[in-house]
Design a protein around this ligand. Sequence first.
Ligand code: KG4
Length: 334
Amino acid sequence: MLILSVESSCDETAVALVEDGRKVLTDEIFSQVALHKLYGGVVPEIAARSHLEVVTLLADRALRTAGKTRAHIDAVACTYAPGLIGAVLVGVNFAKSAALALGVPLIPVHHIRGHIAANYLAYPELEPPFLCLAISGGNTMLVDVRDYTDMSILGQTRDDAAGECFDKSARVMGLGYPGGKPIDDLSKQGDDHAYDLPRPAVHGDNPFDMSFSGLKTAVVNIAHHAQQTDEALDKAGLAASLCRAVSESLVGRTMDAAKMLGCQNIAVAGGVAANSRIRADFEAACKEAGKTLFVPPLRLCGDNAAMIGAQGYYEYLAGHTAGADLNAYATMEL
Ligand code: KG4
């Protein structure tokens, strides 16, 4: 089954062609980073306008690259939530029009389910059940993936996402936007014990809930203090200490959850899964605990449409299709 899939929830427009949920024929991505860099973050209206300008071109290019025609498309899938509402609407309306014009099913896909499904593309042998830590710019959640379309959140951030913590820290350190990768790169030259950053504790019954706003504030305070007192800021040390703090917060909880569930397979997904410290710490922790780790290659960690095509296939098999009244949503339960 050939699915044309569309992703437009934030600052990447992407269109892919995916066969039977596992084989990517082509995955076209247009990154808007250059458009938003000037403003130090994503401007929702600019994002939506840019998606509109390129989505059709990307779809044409996807078909050309894969050597397919519109007649080969069996279904159209799109991210319908969560995301910047104007941005998601563009992808949803494009997908609706395409499905209607081609007379094929329309499949709505939850963006985070898509991130989780990136692992199916990277690891043909991976099947549910498994535990997945989904870490992106807008979401941080530990997900019990019981089946392809049956999953629940074990714990999540109470405030900022891990990616938000990296992005805001990078901004105050003058590293630009998006900040995760520059922090990751710089951290390799720094001492990860240079700064004593907090490991955020969360009140309440759920040991798997997380928090990153306190950590972000600690980094902001350190940077401002250095600025105000004219002290030199050890940026590499701060970057390394931040990566260590975020990683320890995520890896510890994930390993505890895996132990509680008694699950053998642990997956990581989302843009922040590209972080080298987090990847290395997960590898070490899983090796020690005798668990099997699945982490997508870097190109499948960030937003892309191939992951939407992968999850879309399983949503279709579960009968989750939509009509022309499909709407876009800024927030949505997993
Ligand atoms: O999954 P994604 O592309 O978009 C969302 O769905 O949100 O994630 C983007 C986030 C940004 O916060 C970005 O700074 C972060 O992923 N990121 C990283 C790295 N590469 C991207 N964070 C830490 N280390 C990285 N190497």
